[in-house]
Design a protein around this ligand. Structure first.
Ligand SMILES: Nc1ncnc2c1ncn2[C@@H]1O[C@H](COP(=O)(O)OP(=O)(O)O)[C@@H](O)[C@H]1O
Ligand SMILES: [Mg+2]
Length: 232
C-alpha cells in the first residue's frame, strides 16, 4: 500500500533523512522506532508532503505521491495525526470534527461518537478543556472523518497515563480492524510491541533494523543498542 524508497530530506542545508526505505502493506500496523532526533517525524512529514523529499520515492496505492502538494496527498487517503495533536482549543469537540469532515466519508460524526463514546459525552466541550487522552482521541477522530486508507500516528501515547494508553491501544486495534493501515511512531516499546505487525528502527536518518513481530521480540541486542526505552 505504501512504499518509501531511498528518501532524502533536508531542513535547509541539514541533511536529515539518508535514504529511508520502508513499506506498509494493506491492513498492517507498522511501527517506526528510534531515539529522539532520529528523523521519525521528518519521515512522516516527508510522506505527507509537509517536507518535500529531495530524492527518493513515495508510492501509495501504486502511484508516486512525492512532490505532490499536501492537500493532494491527503486526498489520496493518507492522514497524519501530528505529535502535538493539532486540534483547535477554542472550538468544541463537535466543531473540531465538523470542520475536518469530508463529504461522503464512511466516518460520520455519529459514527465517531460510537467509536469514541468519550468524545460523544464531551461533544460540547472546548478542545482546550479536554484531557490529554481525549485530545489525542479527538486528533485521531479528526483524521478518521477524512476517510483515510492509512493513518500516520506521531507519538500518540506521549505524556498519557497508562490507563489512557491502554484505551488508545484498543482504539488503534479497532482502526486496524476497520481496514485502515497504520504507520505508528512511538517511544513506548510496550505500545509498539502490543500493536505492530512489523517494526523498523531509525537512527540518524537511516533504517538500521527491520523485523517481524516475532523477530523483534527476540531482537534484544538491537533494542538495547538503538532505543532509549520508556517502559510504560
Ligand atoms: N523544522 C526543523 N528545522 C531544522 N531542523 C529540524 C526541524 N525539525 C527537526 N529538525 C532536526 O531534524 C532531526 C530529526 O528530527 P525529527 O524528525 O523531529 O526526529 P524524531 O521525530 O525522530 O525525534 C533532528 O536533528 C532535529 O533537530
Ligand atoms: Mg518526533
Amino acid at each position: 500500500m505504501l512504499t518509501v524508497d531511498s528518501l532524502h530530506s533536508f531542513y535547509g542545508k541539514s541533511h536529515i533523512l539518508h535514504g529511508v526505505a520502508l513499506e506498509v502493506a494493506k491492513g498492517e500496523i507498522v511501527s517506526l522506532l528510534g531515539r529522539n532526533g532520529a528523523g521519525k517525524t521528518t519521515t512522516l512529514k516527508s510522506i505527507v508532503g509537509i517536507v518535500s523529499p529531495r530524492e527518493g520515492r513515495v508510492i501509495f496505492d501504486g502511484q508516486a505521491i512525492d512532490g505532490l502538494p499536501v492537500h493532494e496527498i491527503a486526498g489520496r487517503g493518507i492522514a497524519l495525526v501530528p505529535e502535538h495533536r493539532g486540534i483547535f482549543g477554542t472550538l468544541s469537540v463537535e466543531e473540531n470534527l465538523a470542520i475536518a469532515c469530508r463529504k461522503g466519508s464512511l466516518w460520520s460524526i455519529d459514527a465517531i461518537y460510537e467509536f469514541f463514546p468519550r468524545l460523544g459525552e464531551r461533544r460540547h466541550s472546548r478542545g482546550a478543556n479536554l484531557s490529554g487522552g481525549e485530545q489525542q482521541m479527538l486528533a485521531i477522530a479528526r483524521a478518521l472523518v477524512n476517510n483515510p486508507k492509512m493513518l500516520l500516528l506521531d507519538e500518540p501515547t506521549e505524556g498519557l497515563a497508562p490507563v489512557i494508553v491502554d484505551e488508545l491501544i484498543a482504539v488503534i486495534r479497532s482502526i486496524k480492524a476497520a481496514g485502515i493501515a497504520v504507520l505508528l511512531v512511538e517511544q513506548s516499546l510496550r505500545v509498539c510491541m502490543e500493536l505492530a505487525d512489523r517494526h523498523y528502527i531509525l537512527e540518524y536518518g537511516r533504517i538500521v533494523y527491520s523485523g517481524s513481530r516475532e523477530q523483534f521480540q527476540h531482537a534484544e541486542a538491537e533494542r538495547d543498542r538503538y532505543l532509549t526505552l520508556r517502559s510504560a
